[in-house]
Design a binder for this molecule. Structure first.
Ligand SMILES: [Fe+2]
Ligand SMILES: [Fe+2]
Length: 181
């Protein structure tokens, strides 16, 4: 018999003591904002690794390619799933519109970088500007957009589930247990 205090009357599956840590992780559907914020941290770390690569052109090109593929998948998840699903839960439509325009600018810059050699004198400058654009964009998402959505009635677990599934389709990697067929 559980003996939980009355103040916490709901017991979630994730706190079931009968499951291993891994078992709980597989059963837990992650909230969509948490998934997106984890991507943000990954990309920030990659930009730092780029800075640390200094004059190693081959390494920088490799890191840039990882940054670009992480960003493209992340932006696709937001554009296909998160932005449309959250639009009705934000007061100012410009919050979403500006985010979409910022994505378009980042994609333009990435299209330029994709065709450049890391030895090009403008390569570092373009990566730096991309980093600054993404920093600004992430700051706006995390300080305004995401908190507003979190305060709303939006079902963040459902959207997290959809994005995790889509992400594994796009990357070929599984972030959560595949659905049973
Ligand atoms: Fe984002
Ligand atoms: Fe975004």
């Amino acid at each position: 018999m559980p003996n939980a205090p009355q103040t916490r009357s709901t017991t979630s599956k994730s706190s079931d003591p009968g499951l291993t840590k891994e078992g709980r992780a597989r059963m837990t559907v992650e909230d969509g904002v948490t998934l997106l914020m984890r991507d943000h941290r990954t990309v920030e770390d990659l930009f730092k690794a780029y800075e640390d690569a200094k004059s190693n052109a081959r390494r920088k090109a490799e890191i840039y390619r990882t940054i670009a593929s992480e960003l493209r998948v992340h932006m696709q998840l937001e554009e296909e799933i998160f932005y449309p699903a959250s639009r009705e839960f934000v007061d100012e439509q410009d919050t979403v519109n500006e985010a979409e325009v910022e994505h378009a600018s980042a994609k333009d810059l990435m299209a330029q970088l994709d065709g450049m050699s890391p030895d090009d004198p403008y390569y570092d400058a373009k990566v730096k500007v991309l980093q600054e654009m993404i920093d600004h964009h992430v700051e706006e998402e995390e300080s305004e957009y995401f908190p507003e959505v979190r305060r709303s009635a939006m079902d963040l677990k459902a959207v997290g589930d959809q994005m995790a599934t889509r992400k594994s389709e796009l990357t070929g990697q599984t972030e959560k247990a595949p659905r049973a067929h």
